[in-house]
Design a protein around this ligand. Sequence first.
Ligand code: M6P
Ligand code: ZN
Length: 187
Amino acid sequence: MQVKIDFNTGIIEGCRVTIRRLSDMAEFYSDQVSVNNMLKKNRDPCIYEIYEYSNPADEGNLNFGTTIIYPGKVGSEFYMTKGHYHQKNAGEVYQGLRGNGILLLQNRKGEFRSIEMGKGSLVYIPPEWAHRSVNIGDELFIYYFVYPSNSGHDYETIRRTGFMKLVVEKNSKPCIIDNIKYTPSES
Ligand code: M6P
Ligand code: ZN
């Protein structure tokens, strides 16, 4: 099979689209006052969209697609994905297509890494590492992804523990700071 990606919009025709709005991921942001203010003012912005070709979760199959993160902030924290571990031990590859982002990686041993991503960046996410991507620019941040179809997504761990670091705007620049609310997983 063959499909076409529009590198400017990130859209892949004919595949499943998932839209995540602020209300779908309210508890993933650090500043709950800003979340509630935005939602109260009837602002439930689209934070990101996922265009994905999924295959049956059989050994050997791959899922692939694009993630499109809009520019913006909740309080001082940049728009980002929920972030997840894979339920099964599986890696993932990202390729930057447009805009600028930061990929946050952490594992259950308490190790943390961050990787800046732009157009043309090719990044490998090893198994056992939770991953979250953040748009640090003022345009769309778009990347291509591919991962094994039987990986599964564990969102619950990150919802409970948070990420070790936050990406916030400080003095008009993106800055990675400690997340004081981070609670290491008990495993
Ligand atoms: C990447 C991939 C997808 C994932 C998407 C959004 O593109 O890892 O599998 O769905 O990011 O991230 P999340 O699932 O954490 O919301
Ligand atoms: Zn993943």
